[in-house]
Design a protein around this ligand. Structure first.
Ligand SMILES: [Zn+2]
Length: 83
């Protein structure tokens, strides 16, 4: 069982997804995120959508994700997390 202060809400999860998919999220936070994803279908769906976009961008550029695209996706995910 995870302590309440260590658990993660969906908006926080969305906020970390960009870094998680990018591979730049610290291990501890990545684990919390993965723990949240295990019990949250909507967030899993977002990860799949987001990861697909990132992979497509990486294939096109064969480099790291452009910061502006990352910000755009981050904003999109944040909006999507709103009720
Ligand atoms: Zn969630």
């Amino acid at each position: 069982m995870v302590d309440a202060e260590d658990s993660m809400e969906c908006p926080e999860c969305m906020d970390l997804l960009a870094d998680y998919v990018d591979g730049s999220l610290p291990r501890h936070q990545a684990e919390l995120l993965e723990w949240h994803l295990e019990g949250c279908g909507p967030c899993v769906a977002f990860v799949k959508t987001y990861k697909g976009t990132v992979d497509a961008a990486k294939r096109l550029r064969e480099t790291t994700l452009p910061p502006e695209l990352k910000e755009k996706l981050r904003a999109f995910l944040k909006r999507s997390a709103q009720p």
